[in-house]
Design a binder for this molecule. Structure first.
Ligand SMILES: [Zn+2]
Ligand SMILES: [Zn+2]
Length: 109
């Protein structure tokens, strides 16, 4: 059910942005816009493969991002996953999922 929901969200959000090669959808400080560009979501000079979804981070209020690579929702502003792993200890996707959406060594100041 979750996958179907996310697929629907992808179609929905895809209808908003996409023009002019990506549009700013959220910019709390007017400095670090979170935006979609092609198949990637960019934030603060970094990007992951995924889409911005209608959900929001309960911590900072920024739009949540669905990582296509790790099949999980995350907040790029907090650099945190918004959901735990799927509970299957043998799951390939969860095993190779990083502790944070962006590598921790890159995410500083
Ligand atoms: Zn957040
Ligand atoms: Zn999993």
């Amino acid at each position: 059910m979750l996958i179907v929901y996310l697929f629907f969200q992808k179609i929905f959000t895809g209808g908003i942005g996409g023009e002019k090669g990506g549009s700013v959808v959220w910019d709390r400080n007017k400095r670090c816009p979170l935006r979609e560009e092609g198949e990637r979501v960019l934030y603060a000079g970094r990007s992951i493969r995924g889409v911005i979804i209608e959900d929001h981070c309960s911590n900072c209020g920024a739009p949540a991002v669905f990582s296509e690579e790790y099949v999980a929702c995350c907040c790029l502003v907090c650099n945190e996953w918004l959901e735990g792993n799927c509970g299957n200890p043998d799951c390939d996707i969860c095993l190779r999922r990083l502790a944070t959406p962006f590598p921790p060594d890159v995410f500083s100041g």
